[in-house]
Write a protein that binds this ligand. Structure first.
Ligand code: ZN
Length: 314
């Protein structure tokens, strides 16, 4: 028994030692773990602080970028709102002019039958003079520019829209002598097709039209009732229409600058004028800068056409 007791005591002592060693081992492990954890924590804290610092800078930058993106997203709307403000003021001014309550005058410069490659020259002159105009577009010249067959003229639509001019409808075919005015339906069909083209190239929907050859041409071909039926179709499709009150004569034979200038001087005399040009004509491109200066000296405000203008027939 005595021997056994001794063995048991010895065994217990061994177990105790082993236990202490195990505990020491675990304690050491735990200590090591805590040490690692603490250093990890410090590192994370450090990284987080750096991150926070970076994040602050980024946050401002991100906010700025987001604001800019929002501005970009709303830019069309902003321009549209500004345009509408200008048109509202112009509408009030037109009424004052009509009632002879002001000595201000308004002129609407319009360019027909494009786009052409030369339209870029017109756009450049307008931009240099801070002037907005109206372009009555047609697809009669096809996808490629009539005056530069190597160039995709459909690209000019976007250039006109980008400069915030008014893009108007001059029918898809321009075929005044090729059945355009055969009926009100054939006419409105050519209007709708051009509307689709403008929309696909610019995203804009126009509601201003001009009869190819002027409204006198359908009258000549279909009589007053024929024109009225076409106007009715325009109304049904929310369109207004406009002829012109002045021109340099570039739609016909225009030999030189002096003739064009003389034509303009003879036709400009009212406080509200709509001037007809064609954006392919070299004489018109040459006249335009001086004509703009002349109009401004004569107290004319140059504006793009808008649906509510008194000059637009509805
Ligand atoms: Zn025309």
């Amino acid at each position: 028994m005595g021997r056994n007791n001794g063995k048991i005591k010895f065994s217990i002592a061994i177990i105790n030692i082993v236990l202490v060693l195990v505990l020491l081992f675990f304690s050491y492990q735990k200590y090591q773990n805590i040490k690692t954890l603490n250093s990890k924590k410090d590192k994370i804290k450090e990284e987080y602080q750096v991150l926070m610092k970076d994040q602050n800078i980024d946050e401002n930058e991100i906010n700025e970028i987001n604001n800019k993106i929002n501005e970009l997203e709303n830019i069309d709307e902003t321009i549209l709102n500004k345009k509408n403000e200008v048109f509202k003021l112009a509408s009030e001014l037109e009424k004052k002019i009509k009632n002879k309550e002001t000595d201000k005058k308004i002129v609407y410069l319009t360019f027909d039958d494009g786009p052409y490659y030369n339209t870029y020259k017109v756009l450049k002159i307008l931009k240099e003079n801070h002037v907005k105009a109206t372009f009555f577009t047609t697809n009669v010249n096809g996808e490629h520019c009539y005056d530069n067959r190597n160039y995709v003229c459909h690209d000019v639509y976007a250039a006109i829209a980008k400069d915030n001019h008014t893009i108007a409808n001059h029918t898809y075919t321009h075929g005044w002598n090729r059945g355009l005015y055969k009926s009100a339906d054939s006419f409105i069909d050519a209007i709708k097709r051009q509307e689709e083209l403008i929309k696909s190239k610019t995203g804009l929907v126009t509601n201003i039209a001009r009869f190819p050859g002027g409204s006198g041409t359908p009258i000549a071909q279909r009589g007053r009732s024929g024109l009225n039926a076409m106007i009715e179709k325009l109304r049904e499709n929310n369109y207004g229409w406009v002829d012109w009150t002045a021109q340099d004569g570039d739609g016909g034979y225009l030999p030189n600058y002096d003739t064009g200038w003389k034509n303009l001087m003879q036709s400009i005399n009212e406080p509200l004028e709509v001037v007809l040009f064609h954006d392919y004509h070299a004489v018109t491109t040459a006249i335009l800068p001086n004509f703009i200066k002349y109009l401004q000296e004569k107290n004319y405000i140059i504006l793009p056409l808008f649906y509510d203008s008194v000059m637009i027939n509805k």
